[in-house]
Design a protein around this ligand. Sequence first.
Ligand code: HEM
Length: 452
Amino acid sequence: MEISTVLLRVIGSLPWLISSLLGIVEALWRMVLARIRLIYHAAKFPGLFAWPIVGNWLLLWNGNTRGEKWHSRRKMLTPAFHFKILDQFVPVFNSNGEEFIRQLRKRADGRAFDIWPLCKLLTLDVICETIMGVRVNAQTNSNSPYVKAVNDISTIIIERALRPWELSSFIFRFSKLGRRHQQCLDILHGTTDKVIQERKAELDKLSEGRTLDVDELGRRRRVAFLDLLLLIARDGSLSDADIREEVDTFMFEGHDTTAAAISFTVFLLSRHPAVQEKILEELEATFDSSKPLETSIQELSELKYLEMVIKESLRIYPPVCAVARQINSDLPLESSNLTIPAGTTLFLNFYLLHRDPDVFPDCESFDPERFIPEQTVRRNPFSYLPFSAGSRNCIGQRFAMLELKSIVAKLVWNFRILPDPNYDPELVWELILKSQNGISVRLEERSRNKTN
Ligand code: HEM
């Protein structure tokens, strides 16, 4: 081709090239303007330091989903937390709680020990039995591959977040951490898949007129959360993979959080013997002192002082101490002339919220009386958010409160909880708020057990 022809072609496509270039420049300009606007508004708020370009991205990375999947799933799952279903779970709290007490009895010699790992095993037992309907016996068999995989995967997630180069799935897959991650997933998914297939087969065998809570021999059978999911899935709205996803979410949201809440409550009680005595008084007014403590859902809801203690513990040590939210449209704040611009990621810190001295004077001190009804009604409901608020709040909060009450009641019923004078918790925020040096307490058995 001659040079003149090439030149003519180039000149001919110039208008197209220039308009494309202008289009790109305009798009970039709009992005820059939007960014400047965001920075302009955001700068008026007190907050974390933001780096140029990446902002707070290094602290927080959130995938962008508009929430349609979440919305339809949440609607499906809400009935699974109905009072009648929770009622069936209370015996699971009781039986696993009894095993917890048996394990603790071995440590009740007045010497300090770390109660955190035992709390984790307990809540894993509870969540596996209520959500999947299987007993993993974590408390008596803490070395099982399943229990180890559950523990390891949380640590791996944290370690990976601290190694930015391993955020790439490709690099991660070939790293040592990534390989262990895959091993854990294989064990966890393998177990969930097996349970799903077994429960599905049982469901298929349900004859006309038989209900889920009765087995083929007519014996009472406990309905697990998974059974409800399988029933919902019969109209084709959930695949096996979807079901596994939901089961996994509940398994992970529902056990570390409760373990943290139980262990922090035990720590606070170890420093407040008078509070323990008040809990005991309340229990002794309701239950027969000569028997092991066995609670029903009705009795648990009547333990008002115990509830105040747990609420105060969740105030000081909220296991989910922060959440993030992305703002989809400009949000003017009524109380000021500030606007939070669309595209901002808000980081809501419940740990600090619960320490607002205007709302909770002397905020570091443990005082369950803050939760007497007269005090609670005076406060803005958004000033205390251990389970978050709004449509994405904790779906399992009633489950959690019942479990916490059941376990803490058993603990105080059986033991005097004593402080470890050489210990103070060192708080860290990993996936949840926890203490990196464990939760050290001492236990002494109450005399009612010694005479039994
Ligand atoms: C003391 C124990 C617990 C605490 C403090 C807690 C706290 C929270 C918080 C703050 C959220 C909101 C997270 C966010 O906004 O990003 C949440 C969500 C959630 N929690 Fe809990 N939780 C606890 C126990 C449980 C239990 C026992 C279960 C299940 C049995 C559970 C299941 C869930 C689920 C599935 C979600 C996600 C809800 C959704 O996005 O629709 N949680 N939890």
